[in-house]
Design a protein around this ligand. Structure first.
Ligand code: SF4
Ligand code: SF4
Length: 369
C-alpha cells in the first residue's frame, strides 16, 4: 500500500475524568482511570511527532481536558510547534484565570457543549446542577479573551424541538459556529439509544429550521447540522475515511483511527509509550485494516461513492451488524438499512426509559452483563 497522506488533525483525549455525566457521551463505557493517563512528557512527545508528521490541528479533548493540571503547559507546547489548538470542553470548570492562561499559551479556539437551551433540561442531561449557567458564563469569558467560539449543541428527542432557541443562544453568546449535532450512538450514547432516539418528524422539522436560519444568518453564524445516521439515506464519510484525515490518542496512549474504534474485535492498537506516532499512522495494523477501498465487500466495492463516503462508519457497521467490514446500515444499499430505520421509528415512538448516566466503573444497570 502507498504511503498515506499526513493526517489533518489529532484528537488528544487527555483524560476520561469529567464532572458531567452525559448519557450520550461517546467515551467508552469502560473509562480510563487517572492512574493510567499519559504523563506530561508523553503528551509533549506526541505533539512533537504530530507536528513532524504534518498534523495541523490539535483538539484537546476528553473527558474534560481542564481536569488535567498540565493543560496550559500542553497547549503552550503544541502552539510552540505551530499547531492550531482547539479546546473541546464542557466548560463548567473554565474560570477566568484559566481562560486567560490558555489564551496566553496560544490556544485559538474553544468548543463548548450545551445539552439544551434551557437550564432545567440542560442540567438534567448533564447530571450536574448549575451546569448551564456555568457554561454560559464561560462562553462569555472565552469571547472576552478574543478566542473563537463554537457552540456544540447535542440534540436528541428531549430537546430537538428547541433548535430555534439553540440558535438564539449561540447568537447571544457571539459564537462564530454552531453545531446542531444529533446524538450519534456510540459508547454511552449507544447504551442510552432508546432514551435519546428522536422521531423522524423532529429531525425533519429541525432540518428545516436550520436551513432557514442558515440563509438568514449567513456571514454572522455558520451552522452545521449533524443528521442522525439512523434516519439517513447515505452514510457520513466517517472521519473523512479510516486512517485518512484524523487520528485519536486515548488517555492511556493508544492510537486509534477514531474515538470508538476499540469496540471492534480483532484490531490491535499501538501505544505511543512503545512506538512513534508517525510509525503508527503509516504502518499500524489497525490503521491499515480499513484504509482505502481494497478491504470493501459488496455493495461498496463496486459503488461510485466508495471514494466519497468510504463505506460509512466501521464502528456503526460492527455495532449494528456484528461485522465491521459490512456496509454501514445508514446506507440504503445495505441489506440492514430497513431494519435500522424501523428500529429508530419504534424506539422513538415508545416512552423514553430512564438515562444510564456516565460514570467511572460499570453502572449498576449493567452489572452481571
Ligand atoms: S459528553 Fe458529557 S460526560 Fe462526556 S466528556 Fe463530554 S461533557 Fe463529559
Ligand atoms: S454502498 Fe457503500 S460506498 Fe456506496 S453509498 Fe453505500 S456505503 Fe457508500
Amino acid at each position: 500500500m502507498s504511503r498515506p497522506e499526513p493526517p489533518l488533525a489529532l484528537l488528544a483525549e487527555l483524560t476520561h475524568r469529567c464532572p458531567l455525566r452525559c448519557p450520550y457521551c461517546s467515551n467508552p463505557v469502560e473509562l480510563e482511570r487517572a492512574s493510567g493517563e499519559l504523563a506530561t512528557g508523553d503528551w509533549r512527545r506526541v505533539f512533537d511527532s504530530a507536528a513532524d508528521l504534518g498534523v495541523l490541528q490539535v483538539h484537546f479533548s476528553g473527558g474534560e481536558p481542564t481536569a488535567r493540571r498540565d493543560l496550559v503547559d500542553l497547549v503552550a507546547h503544541a502552539a510552540g510547534l505551530g499547531l492550531y489548538g482547539n479546546l473541546i470542553t464542557s466548560a463548567v470548570t473554565l474560570d477566568g484565570a484559566l481562560v486567560a492562561a490558555l489564551a496566553e499559551a496560544g490556544l485559538e479556539h474553544v468548543q463548548i457543549s450545551f445539552q439544551d437551551s434551557r437550564s432545567a433540561g440542560a442540567d438534567r442531561v448533564a447530571g450536574f446542577a448549575g451546569a448551564f449557567e456555568k457554561k454560559r458564563a464561560a462562553a462569555r469569558r472565552v469571547r472576552a479573551a478574543g478566542l473563537a467560539l463554537t457552540v456544540n449543541a447535542v440534540m436528541a428527542r428531549h430537546n430537538l424541538d428547541r433548535v430555534q432557541e439553540i440558535i438564539d443562544l449561540a447568537l447571544d453568546l457571539d459564537a462564530a459556529r454552531l453545531e446542531v449535532a444529533c446524538v450519534q450512538f456510540y459508547g454511552w450514547g449507544f447504551l442510552n439509544r432508546a432514551a435519546l432516539q428522536p422521531t423522524r418528524d423532529q429531525v425533519r422539522q429541525a432540518g428545516a429550521t436550520v436551513a432557514a436560519a442558515r440563509e438568514r444568518l449567513a456571514g454572522t453564524l455558520a451552522i452545521d447540522f449533524v443528521v442522525p445516521d439512523y434516519y439517513a439515506r447515505r452514510p457520513k464519510a466517517c472521519m473523512g475515511g479510516w486512517g485518512r484525515r484524523f487520528l485519536n490518542v486515548t488517555p492511556g496512549g493508544r492510537v486509534l483511527p477514531c474515538h470508538a474504534a476499540e469496540i471492534i474485535p480483532g484490531l490491535e492498537f499501538d501505544n505511543v509509550r512503545d512506538k512513534d506516532l508517525a510509525e503508527i499512522w503509516r504502518h499500524g495494523s489497525a490503521f491499515e485494516r480499513f484504509r482505502g477501498t481494497a478491504w470493501m465487500p459488496a455493495p461498496c466495492r463496486a459503488c461510485e461513492r466508495r471514494d466519497i463516503d468510504w463505506g460509512g462508519c466501521r464502528c456503526q457497521a460492527f455495532l449494528l451488524t456484528g461485522e465491521a467490514a459490512n456496509t454501514d446500515p445508514a446506507c440504503d444499499l445495505s441489506p440492514y438499512h430497513d431494519a435500522l430505520a424501523g428500529l429508530a421509528t419504534a424506539e422513538s415512538a415508545a416512552p423514553a426509559p430512564p438515562f444510564v448516566y456516565r460514570q467511572m466503573g460499570r453502572p449498576a444497570e449493567l452489572r452481571g452483563n
